[in-house]
Design a protein around this ligand. Structure first.
Ligand SMILES: CC(C)(COP(=O)(O)OP(=O)(O)OC[C@H]1O[C@@H](n2cnc3c(N)ncnc32)[C@H](O)[C@@H]1OP(=O)(O)O)[C@@H](O)C(=O)NCCC(=O)NCCS
Length: 168
């Protein structure tokens, strides 16, 4: 279903894209394509069987958005969800390599920020070896709040970023 809103929650227009790409809420039928894109973008081994047990319920029950190209392919995605302590957590933001640099990640994040309930802090992790993303998330209102070492399965470290959520 198309989003009723597809701009920046603070009123800024999203950057123009060369080819129309729609941002829509993702659902369980997207699990396989979503997962394959994640595997490509995060350089993981793709094992389709995992989708049955992992990605299908995530896409069914969490707040996930997809970027859909003109030919119907999913070329970007993001997962977000409420946390046990009343915050909102974002992960797995990714855009297909050939569609990068067109503002799609920003539009996906706009959708998440808009969807998160007012008053909830939004949390995300950034690998410390991707410092350029700190600037990107900073431009969306996130600030660095901490760091934890050896966070990921591969032993790499993360920065924790937080955005105070308000639609006002
Ligand atoms: C990170 C990623 C999602 C960005 O997608 P994208 O659609 O190309 O991003 P956008 O076009 O919306 O660009 C967003 C901003 O980030 C900047 N940016 C994105 N990738 C960048 C890079 N590799 N180096 C420098 N800046 C970069 C852009 O310049 C842009 O800044 P601007 O709005 O001030 O011009 C994409 O590169 C990706 O899927 N990477 C692999 C997975 C990943 O690292 N995900 C993030 C996990 S925290």
């Amino acid at each position: 279903m198309p989003l009723p809103y597809d701009g920046h929650p603070d009123g800024k227009a999203s950057p123009a894209v060369a080819e129309p790409v729609r941002i829509e809420r993702a659902g369980r039928k997207d699990a396989l394509e979503f997962y394959r894109l994640e595997a490509l973008c995060f350089e993981m081994d793709a094992n389709d069987a995992d989708t049955l047990y992992y990605w299908t319920p995530i896409l069914e029950h969490m707040c996930c958005y997809k970027a859909v190209a003109g030919d119907g392919r999913i070329v970007g995605g993001v997962v977000s969800m409420p946390t046990y302590d009343g915050k909102w957590y974002v992960n797995s933001l990714c855009v297909s390599p050939e569609y990068r640099g067109r503002g799609i990640a920003r539009r996906l994040m706009d959708a998440v920020i808009y969807a998160a309930r007012p008053g909830r802090d939004i949390i995300l992790d950034v690998k410390t070896d991707r410092p350029h993303l700190l600037k990107f998330y900073g431009s969306l209102g996130f600030t660095r709040r901490g760091r934890s070492d050896n966070h990921y399965l591969d032993g790499s470290d993360r920065f924790i970023m937080v955005r105070g959520c308000s639609r006002a």
